[in-house]
Write a protein that binds this ligand. Structure first.
Ligand code: NOJ
Ligand code: CA
Length: 493
């Protein structure tokens, strides 16, 4: 079976993973030093957020040069060494490709090659489209004309009606494939093709039919290389059937399942999302994926400790009362649920330490453009991007860590059998032996229970402890009088 069909993938937000040179910013050298952390947890691959030269107006999703490395992170030679080191440890490398937009510092934009962007010469705003970070999706060039940006003003959208843009990205794919990367995570994969005749309400910049031709072509390129390399799509789409179209056999290999990430901590709703995910993927033959957190959303320890446990960009619940003990307990159960499901699993760096959303960052340190573009109403995503604590000796970092993160550092958790880190290690070790289709079991209301081959996974979301069919091989918390307490999970083999 192809590796990506059931891969465990660890997401590295390079800037906040490990700092190799002591300037407070994570870098490739730091990641190379810490690869053993990821290998030791049993991951098959790393997905790296953008590492290209960038003014970092949007954490690197504003790319100034697609064929080089941001100097703060290292050099192209460092990237090649990282790929080699990772391969030696049996870990594949997936990089982030950002084809919807670039940086306003990209040479095409700086040199005024306007046919490669969406430019309009009108008095008023060309249409009513909104930036996803707030405000209008159009800003003015120095000459008064408008350019389109679905995100920050520093991120002009490419014009995919121009064949030069297609050629450029096909060449960029080859550039990195030649350097040994095992795949690409495609940013805003649904957004490249636009229908300018329609109003914002119809989302005419998302999921237009023409976008699929691009991925058919990319698939041919990726397939022409040896070694089972992949395309992973980032699409936030409301309709699972439309979503699955991107995963037809001649398009992408897999995509992030955000329905699962957004789902509240509720047995009925989780079961519904699992079923609808499996049903949508089955006809196209693609493996589902399961994601709890990433660099754009409120960390799930925090979400699960709140009254509203689901996630929505429209209301991040910043500062809502949070019971961290409860959130942590549920996060332990959630990873056992996630890792038992069929398909791929993504873990966002720091989840394995039980890190929470840092909500008390001083506002003046916030870098996420969402904060200013929302007119200072949405505090954005910095709180899930605070650098990881490795030990009590960590130096200062570009976003400050909460003081008690020392107690949650890798060093502090490594030898503690009750730590989140120890649980993740065990879960991802055992996950390698799980195979087979999912078959639901009925263990009562508010209990998720299913079998996959020889494994039975039970998650108790009810208020009462429940009896188990037999003694588990692993449980997220100790059993009480032989029963599985609420907000806990067990694996029985
Ligand atoms: C999705 C990325 O995950 C997010 O961090 C970024 O801001 C937008 N795409 C725009 O590139
Ligand atoms: Ca550094």
């Amino acid at each position: 079976m192809s590796w990506w069909r059931n891969a465990s993938i660890y997401q590295v937000y390079l800037r906040s993973f490990a700092d190799g040179n002591g300037d407070g910013i994570g870098d490739i050298a730091g990641l190379r030093d810490r690869l053993q952390h990821i290998a030791g947890l049993g991951f098959d691959a790393i997905w790296l957020n953008p590492w290209y030269p960038s003014p970092l107006a949007d954490g690197g999703y504003d790319v100034a040069d697609y064929r080089d490395i941001e100097p703060v992170f290292g050099s192209l030679a460092d990237a090649e060494k990282l790929i080699a080191d990772a391969h030696e440890l049996g870990i594949r490398i997936i990089i982030d490709l950002v084809p919807n937009h670039c940086s306003d510092q990209h040479p095409w934009f700086r040199d005024g090659l306007w046919d490669r962007f969406h430019i309009r010469d009108t008095e008023e705003l060309p249409n009513d489209w909104k930036s996803r970070f707030g405000g209008p999706a159009w800003s003015r060039l120095a000459d008064g004309r408008w350019y389109l940006h679905l995100y920050a003003a520093e991120q002009p959208d490419f014009n995919w009606e121009n064949p030069v843009v297609h050629e450029e990205f096909e060449d960029i794919l080859r550039f990195w494939l030649d350097r040994g990367v095992d795949g690409f995570r495609i940013d805003v994969a649904d957004g490249l093709v636009k229908d300018f005749g329609k109003p914002d309400a119809e989302q005419p910049y998302s999921d237009q039919d023409g976008v699929h031709d691009i991925y058919r072509r990319w698939r041919q390129i990726v397939d022409s290389y040896d070694g089972d390399r992949i395309l992973v799509g980032e699409m936030w789409l409301p309709d699972p059937e439309r979503f699955a179209r991107y995963l037809r056999p001649d398009e992408m290999h897999s995509a992030f399942n955000f329905d699962f990430l957004c789902c509240p901590w509720n047995a009925g709703e989780l079961k519904r999302v699992v079923d609808s995910t499996l049903a949508a993927h089955e006809p196209v033959g693609a493996p589902p994926t399961w994601v709890l957190s990433n660099h754009d959303v409120t960390r799930h320890v925090t979400r699960y400790g709140r009254e509203k446990t689901g996630f929505s960009f429209a209301d991040r619940q910043h500062g809502a009362p949070t019971d961290f003990e409860l959130g942590t307990r549920r996060a332990r159960a959630a990873i056992m649920l996630t890792a038992a499901l069929p398909g791929g699993v993504y873990v966002y760096q720091g989840e394995e330490l039980g890190l929470w959303e840092v909500e008390d960052l001083p506002d003046e340190l916030r870098e996420d453009p969402v904060w200013h573009r929302s007119g200072f109403t949405d505090r954005g995503r910095d709180g899930c991007r605070v650098p990881l604590p490795w030990s009590a000796q960590d130096g200062p970092s570009w976003l400050p860590q909460p003081e008690n993160w020392q107690d949650f550092s890798v060093a502090a958790q490594t030898d503690d059998p009750g730590s989140m880190l120890s649980l993740y290690r065990r879960v991802f070790e055992l996950r390698r032996g799980i195979a087979g289709d999912l078959e639901w079991l009925d263990l009562g209301e508010d209990v998720l229970a299913f079998k996959r081959g020889g494994l039975t996974c039970v998650v108790n979301l009810s208020d009462e402890p429940i009896g188990l069919p037999s003694t588990p091989a692993l449980s997220s918390v100790p059993l009480v009088d032989g029963k599985l307490p609420s907000d806990a999970a067990a694996w029985i083999s």
